[in-house]
Design a protein around this ligand. Structure first.
Ligand SMILES: [Zn+2]
Length: 97
């Protein structure tokens, strides 16, 4: 066994607050220009917010515009529609074989 002390960042979903492994959650990131997008790598620079990949949490996030508070941005419903597309195609890839 290796004795490496490895930090495992614990993130929690901005909707249900369930903490999950970093990779189990979908990351959204706000870049330097204030643009919010899904971050498939999970490593993009900028403020990040995490949502469960199952879809229910994202629906709640969209309905309540939760990314606005989490990322300190003013997203419109059009932005959420775009993010939902990104979300669906991202989780769809891993979901349906
Ligand atoms: Zn959740």
């Amino acid at each position: 066994m290796e004795g490496k002390a490895r930090k495992t960042p614990v993130r929690s979903c901005i909707s249900c607050r369930n903490a999950g492994d970093k990779r189990a959650l979908v990351r959204f990131v706000r870049d330097a220009r204030g643009q919010v997008s899904l971050d498939p790598s999970g490593k993009a620079p900028g403020r990040g917010a995490y949502v469960c990949p199952d879809g229910d949490c994202f629906k709640d996030v969209r309905r309540k515009h939760r990314l606005n508070a989490a990322l300190k941005v003013a997203l419109t419903d059009d932005d959420y529609a775009r993010l939902e597309d990104e979300f669906q195609s991202f989780v769809g890839k891993t979901d349906e074989r």
